[in-house]
Ligand binder design. Structure first.
Ligand code: PMP
Ligand code: GLN
Length: 384
């Protein structure tokens, strides 16, 4: 048996969701909304399911979805890809796996930013890659040229980037994108840019894809997900956009992972991507309002929160809130004794973890936030 996978614990999202079910707790852990999805997109999927044959679609995706993805990004992010440069995958997770398996050769060094989304490192290691970490630390979680300079070497082949960033809820700014782009160009490195949260941004922030940074278009693999764009996280329809020389090998890796993705959901995603801009603005303002309700509620209870610029998440600094226990201990007592599930940040680090920050998902109805806040008040009292 391969010890790599045998020794990996079950993901923190699955563990916390299981504990939430077991204890009947309000689940503010795993990132999924309990409101806000577009009914017309769901109806379209239902009609596609009953009205069309559910047989294998083309390996690289339904032509109409590949075109819709290209059109969507041209309209929303002013980046130019052809439908042939798009591959449809079973969620961003499969997109990442296909890209990493296609682009990494044994011994290649891969630069990553921690805290990081948990799917990256196991796949990189399985592909024979050697992870090199840039650590981001609260409260500002900034990427610096110095930290990049220490992580990139002449064996670096790939960087895996995530913006907007889970779990810190940061949108990396123009200066951070610039130094990252410079490092990639200087070391002739390809970037896999996980941009699944690109539409979930607040306070009128604008998203700049990594491929729009000077010199990056030909060396960037962009990953997106319908799950996040339509608040339907279980759909697992994702995609990869890549320049021709990278799109081919990545599609070859995809053909042996899932080969295809349900055609009905693909057709509905194609319909949804063409929705008018007010849908996207409305989705953002609903989640921004939920963020504000939760942020204020947490502050009222005496928690110190960190800014949430995007994603479904906001973080609490336990130490700054006067709570002197580690994040895992806090989250276990919260779910077991106070009926609220949260996510500790330390499992998002491979080494030298930050242990005083937890993440909450605010993409919830007011009543869910209210019961969650009651639990957060109870758990705060447990720690004096
Ligand atoms: N990347 C990041 C940064 C995520 O936060 C998530 C899901 N929350 C994914 C990838 C996975 O997306 P999907 O569900 O489409 O596989
Ligand atoms: N991306 C979601 C989160 O960060 C969880 C996805 C998963 O459970 N794998 O909460």
């Amino acid at each position: 048996m391969n010890p790599l996978f045998a020794n990996i614990p079950t993901t923190i999202f699955e563990r916390m969701s299981m504990l939430a079910r077991e204890h009947g707790a309000t689940n503010l852990g795993q990132g999924f909304p309990d409101f806000g999805w577009p009914e017309d997109v769901v109806s379209r999927a239902a009609a596609e399911l009953t009205g069309a044959a559910s047989q294998y679609p083309p390996m690289r995706g339904l032509p109409e979805l590949r075109q819709a993805v290209a059109d969507h990004y041209r309209a929303h992010q002013q980046i130019d890809y052809s439908a042939e440069q798009v591959t449809i995958t079973s969620g961003a997770t499969e997109a990442l796996a296909a890209a990493l398996l296609a682009l990494i050769e044994p011994g290649d060094e891969v630069v990553l930013f921690q805290p990081l989304y948990d799917a990256y490192v196991p796949i990189i290691r399985r592909a024979g890659g050697i992870p090199r970490f840039v650590s981001l630390t609260p409260p500002d979680w900034r990427i610096t040229a110095e930290a990049l300079g220490a992580a990139f070497t002449d064996r670096t082949r790939l960087v895996v980037f995530n913006n907007p960033h889970n779990p810190t809820a940061r949108l990396f700014d123009a200066e951070e994108l610039r130094v990252l782009g410079e490092a990639c160009i200087r070391h002739d490195v390809v970037a896999v840019s996980d941009e699944v949260w690109e539409h979930v941004l607040f306070d009128d922030r604008r998203f700049v894809p990594l491929s729009a940074v000077a010199g990056m278009k030909d060396r960037t693999v962009k990953v997106g997900s319908a799950g996040k764009i339509f608040s339907l996280t279980g759909w697992k329809v994702g995609w990869i956009l890549a320049p021709d020389h990278l799109a081919g090998p990545i599609a070859k890796a995809h053909q042996f992972l899932t080969f295809t993705t349900p055609p009905n959901l693909q057709a509905a995603a194609a319909f949804g991507l063409g929705k008018a801009p007010d849908y996207f603005a409305g989705m953002r303002s609903n989640f921004q309002a939920a963020r504000d309700v939760m942020d204020q509620g947490l502050r009222d209870i005496g928690y110190v929160t960190l800014p949430s610029e995007g994603t479904y998440f906001l973080c609490i600094d336990l130490a700054a809130s006067g709570i002197d226990v580690d994040d895992m201990h806090f989250c276990l007592r919260a779910v077991e004794e106070a009926g609220v599930a949260a996510i500790p940040i330390s499992p998002f680090y491979e080494d030298d973890p930050v242990r005083n920050v937890i993440r909450l998902c605010f993409a919830k109805k007011d009543e869910t936030i209210e019961t969650g806040l009651a639990g957060m008040k109870t758990v705060r009292a447990l720690f004096g």
